[in-house]
Design a binder for this molecule. Sequence first.
Ligand SMILES: [Zn+2]
Length: 144
Amino acid sequence: MKNKNMLICEDCGKNISENAGYIDGYPYCAECYRHNMNYNGIHDEGYRPKPVFFGKGEYYKITVDIDGGGFLDTKAEMLLSAFNKKRGEHMYAVQNEKLKKGFSLVFSPMTLCYFDKNIGWKKLKKTVFDMGYRIINVNISAVK
Ligand SMILES: [Zn+2]
């Protein structure tokens, strides 16, 4: 249903009556729009967005540390866009002090089956490698 006066913010779910900002075609309230535009690349280490679950079954949190290609928002953005149809959907990037020239990729809680179908180790490894990074640590933990 398309009603210009009943837009809902992608992030906080608030009704947006006016001043909607669009990122990748999705509407955001002024506040969330600013936040998303400002934190487009690598987030601070403590960044914890509201989790969105993918797939049906047991959920896992997957974190992949990559290093060597640089601590660069532009590269993070490129990498993320290869796996996210919209910003922050499947994964986001966070700072990791242990990585000199890299950052951590944190995935939304998802089933391993969903990960295989929609991300895939092969594609992830290749994308990361092509951008000058290598995977140096992978952590998979069950979401309780
Ligand atoms: Zn919002």
